[in-house]
Design a protein around this ligand. Structure first.
Ligand code: CAA
Length: 255
């Protein structure tokens, strides 16, 4: 299996484990990633960290050799597979954090962009170089990159297929932070900043924020009002506000 899923306390850790091909995503690996996400949904964890084996790459994208050997009509199936697997991240009850060291190209960048957070090592290099192959991004890149960095920048990055190094990725909002030192430890630390909060409340926040990019302000405010009402009705909101008054830490029960 070229994908390893382990549990580390309250964290699930998914490792793309095909370092000899820079963790390139064969269709089988994509399916394995999808199965792993399904398992995470049922694990007793509060965040998912995603990393790549080896020191050269998070993931060098779709497996080009495999893409090339398949009939053209399968490209749609491939794009639909990649999109549907990465979309599962949105439906996970827990947040996901991509830990990007080295190359994150094509589908590798697209996987990172589908995560809730992205941390990058100083040697991280992002890119959607599909145009160089006569392709366009197919696993969500044309939709998620503009939502993260704006349409003008996204078009430039996709049309030139150029590399985006860690420092620039942080500056333009493609990654949340560049981290010197141990990426896994940094992943644990960022997860530690939200794992004690109520899971349904975190999910309401995610649902409201992700609609900001694809709806009108008026409709988005309505979504926010609805979700904030749902949060307000949970016992966790009672607990959070009581804890404030009683000057203690809230103990949320995810309900
Ligand atoms: N697919 C299949 N194999 C890949 C791969 C990929 N995407 N990326 C790297 N590999 C393989 C190489 O073929 C090589 O295997 P062999 O030793 O058997 O030849 C091995 O991984 C090591 O790679 P390199 O020797 O090329 O390593 P490098 O350090 O010289 O270069 C690199 C690293 C710049 C990342 C280079 O490998 C590269 O450009 N890879 C392709 C990146 C790319 O174009 N990704 C987009 C794919 S298309 C896509 O993702 C479509 C989509 O929207 C989903």
């Amino acid at each position: 299996m070229a994908v390893d899923l382990t549990q580390d306390g309250e964290l699930a850790v998914l490792t793309l484990n095909r370092p000899e091909a820079l963790n390139a995503l064969s269709f089988q690996i994509l399916r394995d990633i999808g199965e792993a996400f399904d398992k995470v949904a049922h694990m007793d964890v509060r965040a998912l960290l995603i990393t790549g084996a080896g020191d050269k790459a998070f993931c060098a994208g779709a497996d080009i050799k495999e893409l090339r050997n398949r009939p053209l009509m399968d490209q749609k199936t491939g794009a639909e597979l990649g999109q549907s697997v990465f979309a599962k991240l949105d439906r996970l009850p827990v947040a996901s954090v991509a830990l990007v060291g080295g190359y994150a190209f094509g589908g590798g960048s697209e996987l990172a962009m589908a995560c809730t957070f992205r941390l990058a090592a100083p040697n991280a290099v992002f890119g959607l170089p599909e145009v160089k192959l006569g392709l366009i991004p197919g696993y969500g890149g044309t939709q998620r990159l503009p939502r993260l960095v704006g349409q003008g920048r996204a078009l430039e990055i996709i049309k030139t297929g150029r590399n985006v190094r860690a420092e620039e990725a942080e500056r333009i909002g493609l990654v949340n932070a560049v981290v010197e030192g141990d990426l896994m430890q940094a992943g644990r630390e960022i997860a530690g900043k939200f794992t004690r909060y109520s899971l349904p409340v975190l999910d309401f926040a995610r649902r409201a924020v992700t609609r900001a990019g694809d709806t009108t302000l008026e409709a988005g405010l309505e979504i926010e009002a609805d979700l904030s009402t749902l949060a307000y009705r949970l016992t966790d909101a009672e607990e959070g506000m009581a804890a404030f008054e009683e000057k203690r830490k809230a103990e949320f029960k995810d309900g």
